[in-house]
Design a protein around this ligand. Structure first.
Ligand SMILES: Nc1ncnc2c1ncn2[C@@H]1O[C@H](COP(=O)(O)OP(=O)(O)OP(=O)(O)O)[C@@H](O)[C@H]1O
Ligand SMILES: Nc1nc2c(ncn2[C@@H]2O[C@H](COP(=O)(O)O)[C@@H](O)[C@H]2O)c(=O)[nH]1
Length: 224
């Protein structure tokens, strides 16, 4: 197991997790790798199966790590899932292949052990984007990540962002807003997150995210 401490990003759908993460990864190429989750939801336009953000030539300190392929700037697009079936995820869960899984807005999502191990094997800091149920389940494991919640300034702004994104049907939008209400309440509970960032002004939220990552000791001792 790599000694790099993972980062869990959570928060309501539409709060801006992917936007912040994409910027972080673009600005720090070769430092972070994304844990590519499995989901039963349909791909959005532009999303491709199984493509993460950890496939870039990377310079870590003085060590040039090998990469199997040549990647273009398109590889920086956020296309973060293995799009699959409920049966396939359930089979993986029954075989113990998943760290966590959850139902969200009528679909199943899950983090496989392989998704995290792939990133750690490349000596990258693994970023996981999971909902609040995933946060709770990861807390039962020995992953020991930093937990960061990205919150919207208000429900009204969240709804506007989700509508403007044009990725949801009215039904899935309402489900996401309902989940967001629960998420916003739970994120206030002490001890659930190491830090809660309110993503009002994007630049300020990004600076806060970078600050917390800089301040946090991301290197941990190897587990025995
Ligand atoms: N600070 C901000 N101000 C205005 N718009 C923003 C801000 N941050 C993100 N957005 C926009 O809000 C929308 C939702 O952001 P994003 O897709 O990053 O959310 P998310 O938390 O990753 O959602 P999901 O969990 O559904 O993937 C996007 O269209 C994005 O461009
Ligand atoms: N528990 C998990 N939650 C996950 C995982 N991957 C993503 N998510 C969360 O799902 C919602 C919706 O995502 P979207 O891409 O459909 O908009 C969002 O809150 C993500 O954080 C996962 O593997 N496990």
């Amino acid at each position: 197991m790599s000694g790099l401490r993972p980062v869990v990003l959570s928060g309501p759908s539409g709060a801006g997790k992917s936007t912040l993460m994409k910027r972080l990864m673009e600005d720090h190429q070769g430092v972070f790798g994304f844990s590519v989750s499995h989901t039963t939801r349909n791909p959005r336009p532009g999303e491709e199966d199984g493509k993460g953000l950890n496939k870039l030539p990377m310079l870590l300190g003085a060590t040039l790590l090998p990469v199997a392929d040549v990647f273009s700037s398109e590889d920086l697009e956020m296309s973060n899932y293995h799009f699959t079936t409920r049966e396939a995820i359930e089979e993986g869960i029954s075989k113990g292949e998943f760290i966590e899984n959850a139902e969200f807005s009528g679909n199943m999502y899950g983090t496989s052990k392989a998704a995290v191990e792939d990133v750690l094997a490349k000596n990258l800091i693994c970023i996981l984007d999971v909902d609040i149920q995933g946060v709770k389940r990861i807390k039962e494991t020995d992953l020991n990540p930093i937990y960061i919640s990205i919150q919207p300034p208000s429900m009204e702004i969240l709804e506007k962002r989700l509508r403007d994104r044009q990725t949801e049907t009215e039904e899935s939008l309402q489900k996401r807003l309902e989940a967001a209400r629960i998420d916003m309440e739970l994120s206030k509970e002490p001890g659930v997150f190491d830090i809660v960032i309110v993503n009002d002004d994007l630049d300020k939220a990004y600076e806060q995210l970078k600050d917390i990552l800089n301040e946090t000791e991301l290197h941990v001792k190897d587990k025995q």
